[in-house]
Design a binder for this molecule. Structure first.
Ligand SMILES: *Cc1c(COP(=O)(O)O)cnc(C)c1O
Length: 428
């Protein structure tokens, strides 16, 4: 009887043949730059496939050549990453930013128009507004509250509608958890595609993926990850990935071969180890995050919590959330009563939760978006996106949630004490 295994059941074995590695149950680290060909004919055949000089024969596999092009650790990791997103191919990079910049460079040429969602990751934002702008790529930013007709109008009025070539989304947005409708973006891509030109849709799925969100099934062509975050999950490496259909990943991999920004065998090996516990970790993190978000939502020193399960009943955002995600995730942002001073007292008092940027790891982290991850965003944009001085962002880990709430409670008490002291000073 045919049985389809779940990705979590395949993460320990898929794509690896022990008989090729002395029976080792785990893939060794293939710490080698180059691979020996059995014969000159074999070397020739490997290059013909790698350079697309002829089609693959039915039973033929791409042979190993040189670790910038392929390496067993890279290939096993790419095979396993395909499983979560039900993708036909994947490309792994040395960082999330190299995955993002390679996709943007491959699918945009001077004169093209890029439609992108904002707020977006600071590095992505910088690449769009500096490098891409300098080489003549036009861009339009959209926000989560915009409806399809409003976006179509903005494209038509830009004067570059016929040049639209890539739609780039980051959802849920960092740090506000604002949710963008991927299916709506896919419809917009179709409107501007024709027989000569396909508008591609790329989604940065770092914030929820790959367990709770699979953008390919909502119409995305490319899904991008900072594998530094949940996929790596232990704050001990930097890496990135792009998954999608074979045809688009082939373009991404070709550019990667010439930029030379693939991940090293050692990083791939660490990521293979991480993937074995990805689902366990992310589920534990989300369970904790729900407890923390609900605690924050009831706290008198908290003005507002940004967490998808707390979205307003019946709102457009909640409808998209329910369609696109299977969990509210483990990223919780909140506004404190007060401003930067209160937020800083809170952050400085945390003991278990570490004060650091990055996210998705086993340990909980806290940071102040307005002066840290989003320090480069203009004051007008901060106001527009709701990134204020009173906002704190938490990435929830796998600790016991009671200890996290204890830590948060103590930090709030320090804030309350400071406010009482100030009131006394004012009276005296
Ligand atoms: C961290 C992050 C990136 C960049 O990834 P690096 O691995 O740091 O290069 C891109 N997008 C999002 C949403 C991120 O959180």
């Amino acid at each position: 009887m045919k049985h389809r295994m779940h990705p979590e059941s395949l993460m320990m074995t898929y794509g690896y043949k022990p008989e090729l590695s002395e029976g080792a149950v785990k893939p060794p680290i293939f710490q080698t730059s180059t691979f020996v060909f059995k014969t000159a004919e074999e070397g020739k055949a490997h290059f013909e496939l790698a350079y697309g000089l002829r089609e693959k024969e039915l039973s033929e596999e791409q042979g190993l050549i040189y670790s910038r092009i392929n390496n067993p650790n890279l290939e096993i990791l790419e095979d396993r990453l395909c499983l979560w997103d039900k993708a036909s191919d994947a490309a792994v990079f040395e960082s999330g930013m190299s995955a993002i910049s390679t996709v943007l460079l491959e699918f945009l040429k001077p004169g093209d128009l890029l439609l992108y969602s904002s707020p977006t990751y600071g590095g992505t934002d910088h690449f769009i507004h500096h490098y891409l702008k300098d080489i003549g790529v036009h861009s339009i930013g959209i926000t989560a509250d915009m409806e399809q007709d409003e976006i179509v109008r903005a494209i038509d009025q830009s004067g570059y509608a016929d040049k639209l070539s890539l739609i780039y989304l980051e959802t849920p947005a960092n740090p506000t958890n604002a949710i963008i409708d991927i299916e709506m973006a896919s419809d917009i891509a179709k409107i501007y595609s024709n027989e000569n030109k396909k508008v591609h849709l790329a989604v940065d799925n770092t914030y929820m993926g790959p367990i709770w969100s699979q953008p390919l099934k909502h119409g995305a062509d490319l899904v991008i990850y900072s594998a530094t975050k949940y996929i790596g999950g232990h704050s001990d490496l930097i890496a990135g990935a792009v998954v999608g259909h074979y045809d688009v990943i082939k373009r991404v991999k070709t550019l990667r071969t010439f930029l030379g920004n693939m991940a090293s065998p050692n990083t791939c090996w660490l990521l293979l180890r991480s993937l074995e516990t990805l689902k366990l970790r992310m589920e534990a993190q989300a369970r904790n995050a729900i407890m923390v978000a609900e605690f924050l939502n009831e706290h008198p020193l908290v003005e507002k919590v940004y967490y998808p399960s707390l979205l307003k009943e019946g709102s457009r955002a909640q409808k998209i959330y329910r369609r696109q995600y299977t969990s509210p995730g483990a990223m919780v942002s909140f506004d404190m009563r007060g401003g930067e001073k209160e937020a800083f007292v809170f952050l400085n008092q945390l003991k278990l939760i570490k004060l650091a940027v990055s996210l998705g790891s086993t340990e909980s982290l806290a940071q102040h978006p307005a002066t840290m991850t989003h320090a480069g965003v203009s004051p007008e944009d901060k106001l527009k996106f709701g990134i204020s001085d009173k906002m704190v962002r938490l990435s929830i880990g796998v600790e016991n949630y009671k200890d996290l709430i204890w830590d948060i409670t103590n930090a709030f008490e320090a804030v309350a004490k400071m406010e009482q002291l100030e009131d006394l000073n004012l009276m005296s």
